[in-house]
Design a protein around this ligand. Structure first.
Ligand code: ADP
Length: 560
């Protein structure tokens, strides 16, 4: 029998309506390098309505046309986040760190109708114009754009607008449709495409709404209207992990860092504005920790109640350092573009002492009720959840992608990422414990297979980064005549550090199995990073293959 319950579509418009009224006094604040400029949720809601009017009435956006943003984390971006999906159009966030070819590819693939661009990012967009399809009709400049800046768009065949002029004097309410099909696309985000062309994931209103409820919940980030959230994770990186919507759902205020993402301005902003929560990839927190440690007493970051770290494995040494030296709890979370992104969160089971909780906190965490997980072994069959049987992690759930966006007018693309029985193959390798905790050892394309055994590059990196002289360490597989593959350790040393390779190797020797010890070592100035700040191991492998790395070989006999 059918239920007797109301069938109310779960839409972004509902989040906008709720946040801008019930939580109208909460604020979105953008840091301008010196001070914070706040705007209330009520004003943001009013301006989102004005933007929707401008897009529909002036720019002619209709139906599910794509409206893109090439923007930093700031208040205007939040307005676009709310207005575009709420009016029924599709928000396409452009990753400003993508290589130019890929940026042009995704704008064309999505057939973006309009792009909102921060003026400071025009030098990224302007050179792409000759490659862009005529489906792009409008460019809206956000923020101060001098004549010289705007002149960069001189060759654009469409129309150029200025955000504030465009929305000024328009009605501050908009008839946002509340009966949108909740399964229709609300936002489009492309993977950062470390291999091949980026792939588009089209989130639905329903998937975003449900994801948002999970983000705010106590088993994830536990947001309330007493929070001031600092999303350092960019709004072009998987919707800033859902934080902009989650904040509007519960009335948590937002502190937007705009382009001030370097350690020193971040530490200054945190000291001045006193956020309670933040989220970013490990690279950012490593940088911030260095700044705090180098300047004792200059900053006060103690208001940060919790900090979520995700996108790459969090080195335990980083977690420990923040906790012991700065009293900040780092929470490890796992996800990917295809999972909206929240998958698992490493909150320990209740009732444990700090010491008992620690091993749980180092894992990638537990999945919420809505997300199922299975571990698929090398022979394609499911492995037990026993904490030791490793395999590829597959997930399923209402905010997990079932296919990639095929481009305007094309059917969705299925591919090997999606299993015939409806699971997402994450490409991550790891184990799940009996009580549901995920531990990742590698991405499938990064595993090191030495003499038929897997070596976890993540484990080696974590152990290396626990050495006081090591700032960052990335370990990759390199071909080896005898063993098939062996690990190559590339390390970034702290300024003034003395440790040599022999010492680092001896340090590892006490912590990992003997046969896993790398023989090949290289000191690098920095680890190459992807567009979202993760270690780019593909580049390290290529540099090694081309002989571009200065490699020292130690203890070769130990591999025998
Ligand atoms: P891309 O695939 O282009 O790097 P995503 O942001 O979608 O972009 O990356 C998702 C991947 O990031 C995951 O499949 C996983 O390999 C890695 N990842 C995310 N969170 C974690 C984490 N907490 N620990 C280890 N790896 C992580």
């Amino acid at each position: 029998m059918l239920s007797t319950m109301q069938d109310v579509p779960l839409t972004v418009g509902r989040i906008l309506a709720h946040g801008s009224t019930i939580h109208g006094r909460s604020t979105v604040t953008t840091w301008d390098g010196q001070k914070a400029v706040p705007r209330s949720f009520a004003e943001v809601g009013a301006r989102a309505a004005q933007l929707a009017h401008a897009l529909r009435d002036e720019l002619g956006v209709t139906g599910d046309q794509r409206v893109a943003t090439l923007m930093w984390n700031n208040t205007e971006h939040q307005e676009a986040y709310l207005a575009i999906p709420s009016m029924g159009a599709v928000l396409h966030t452009l990753n400003l760190r993508l290589p130019p070819q890929q940026l042009a590819f995704i704008i064309n693939h999505a057939a973006d109708h309009t792009i909102l661009v921060n003026s400071s990012l025009l030098p990224l967009l302007a050179p792409l114009l000759p490659q862009l399809r005529p489906t792009l009709r409008h460019i809206v400049l956000v923020g101060d754009a001098g004549d010289a800046a705007a002149a960069q768009l001189d060759g654009f065949a469409g129309t150029v607008h200025h955000y504030e002029e465009l929305i000024a004097d328009r009605p501050t309410s908009f008839p946002f449709p509340m009966d949108l099909d909740e399964r229709s696309a609300a936002a489009l985000c492309y993977t950062s495409g470390t291999t091949g062309d980026p792939k588009g994931v089209a989130y639905s209103h329903r998937s975003m709404y449900l994801h948002c409820m999970q983000v705010v919940s106590a088993e994830s980030f536990a947001f309330t209207d007493a929070d001031l959230i600092l999303p350092v994770v960019p709004m072009f990186h998987v919707n800033a992990w859902g934080i902009p919507y989650a904040a509007f759902m519960v009335g948590a205020s937002l502190l937007m860092p705009d382009r001030y993402l370097q350690p020193q301005p971040l530490a200054t902003m945190i000291t001045a504005e006193r956020p309670t929560f933040s989220a970013a990839v490990p690279t950012i927190w490593t940088g911030l920790l260095g700044e705090l440690d180098a300047n004792p007493g200059r900053y006060d970051v103690s208001t940060l109640r919790r900090v979520v770290i995700g996108g790459s494995a969090c080195p335990p040494s980083l977690m420990k350092a923040f906790e012991e030296r700065h009293g900040i709890t780092l929470i490890h979370a796992w996800g990917m573009t295809e999972t909206s992104p929240l998958g698992s969160v490493s909150l320990p089971p209740g009732g444990l002492s700090a010491e008992e909780a620690w091993p749980y906190r180092l894992t990638q965490g537990r999945f919420p009720a809505s997300v199922q997980v299975r571990v698929i072994g090398p022979d394609g069959t499911p492995m037990p959840h026993d904490g030791s049987s490793a395999g590829e992690i597959e997930v399923r759930g209402p905010w997990i992608a079932a296919a990639y966006y095929g481009g305007a007018g094309n059917p969705p693309e299925l591919g090997e990422k999606f299993s015939p029985d409806g699971w997402l193959r994450t490409g991550d390798v790891g184990t799940v414990s009996e009580d549901g905790y995920l531990t990742l050892t590698d991405r499938s394309k990064d595993v090191i297979k030495s003499g038929g055994e897997w070596i976890s590059s993540v484990e080696l990196e974590n152990e290396l980064m626990a050495h006081p002289d090591v700032l960052e360490a990335a370990v990759v597989a390199v071909p080896d005549e005898r063993w098939g593959e062996r690990p190559l350790a590339t390390v970034v040393l702290r300024p003034g550090a003395q440790a040599g390779f022999a010492e680092l190797r001896a340090f590892l020797a006490g912590r990992i199995a003997h046969w896993q010890l790398p023989e090949r070592w290289s000191v690098v100035e920095s680890v190459p990073k992807t567009s979202v700040g993760k270690f780019d191991k593909k580049v390290i492998r290529r540099e090694y293959a081309e002989g571009a790395l200065d490699v020292t070989v130690l203890g070769k006999d130990t591999t025998a």
